[in-house]
Design a protein around this ligand. Structure first.
Ligand SMILES: NC(=O)c1ccc[n+]([C@@H]2O[C@H](COP(=O)([O-])OP(=O)(O)OC[C@H]3O[C@@H](n4cnc5c(N)ncnc54)[C@H](OP(=O)(O)O)[C@@H]3O)[C@@H](O)[C@H]2O)c1
Length: 262
């Protein structure tokens, strides 16, 4: 299936690993030119090189922190007029007792997972409107919709981001600027790998056993974690020509964990 976006330009913020990488891969397969940011240079260069070799796409690595003013300037200088904007970050730390979350933790997390995507949208939407074509996808978290104490720092800022994106999506849909969110549950990404490997080392178990423990405890109907490249494929779909009538949506991808009737 040709998604009709060959030659479009995309910024993917947080694209060297996990679901961001999955998005880069899926967009590269569609012939999109990519501007990919991450803070760590080695992994970013490796990812861009691998995906470019596999797909033949033009991929520009940008070493930058997308939550800082300097980082945003660098990214937007490399690609001032993107047709597509995809935003993600690493999962914020899990939270214990809600009373112990510090103001510093709140500020850092709000900068990375709420204010940064908001500022990128503000910087790029007018251009998309003027060119009458734009696609924006934020990769958030299922916890935005289904709150839990361990996910307060992850869920609350993204609930606000979803609220913002839906409000803005209504203003720009008539200009063919389409904004959607993906709200993932548990997936085998880089950060999850590190977290569960550390847990396994502490408990004298394996990564697979730690994952299964979580799956059993939370009763994930699919009985496993998801694949970040599958999330990437849905990001590409939301960035496609075919998304032109589908906006302000938040797709939960969590193996059936939080399904209700609609
Ligand atoms: N994985 C899960 O099971 C899961 C579950 C629920 C929700 N989520 C959500 O899904 C999203 C993606 O998670 P993931 O597990 O795919 O993350 P990941 O494997 O840690 O990958 C995150 C990517 O973003 C980059 N990044 C992080 N902060 C950045 C910053 N400030 N500026 C530029 N790049 C940055 C990382 O590279 P550098 O570190 O080098 O910058 C990396 O490329 C997050 O919003 C997370 O909360 C994940």
């Amino acid at each position: 299936m040709d998604l009709g976006i060959r030659g479009r330009k995309a910024i993917v913020n947080g694209g060297s690993a996990g679901m961001g990488r999955g998005a880069v891969l899926a967009l590269a397969r569609e012939g999109v030119e990519l501007f990919v940011s991450a803070r760590g240079e080695d992994r970013l260069l490796r990812t861009c090189e691998e995906i470019s070799r596999e797909t033949g796409a033009r991929i520009h690595p940008i070493v930058a922190d997308h939550s800082s003013d300097a980082g945003r300037e660098t990214i937007l200088a490399a690609c001032p007029e993107p047709d597509i904007l995809v935003g993600t970050c690493s999962p914020p730390p899990t939270t214990g007792d809600y009373r112990t979350i510090s103001m510093d933790d709140w500020r850092v997390t709000l900068d990375i997972s709420l204010l940064s995507p908001v500022q990128f949208m503000q910087a790029t939407i007018d251009g998309m409107v003027a060119r009458r074509w734009g696609r924006i996808v934020n990769i958030g978290t299922g916890a935005a919709k289904f709150p839990a104490q361990i996910r307060i720092l992850s869920g609350a800022p993204r609930a606000a981001l979803v609220n913002y994106t839906v409000a803005v999506s209504k203003l720009v849909a008539r200009h063919n600027v389409i904004i959607n969110n993906i709200l993932p549950g548990m997936h085998h990404t880089a950060s999850i790998h590190d977290r569960y490997m550390a847990q396994a080392a502490r408990n004298g178990t394996t990564y697979e056993q730690e994952v299964q423990k979580f799956v059993d405890e939370w009763r994930i109907p699919a009985n496993r974690f998801g694949d970040p490249d599958d999330v990437g494929a849905f990001v590409a779909m939301f960035c496609s020509e075919y998304a032109n009538f589908t906006t302000g949506q938040s797709l939960v991808m969590d193996g059936g964990l939080t399904n209700s009737t609609f």
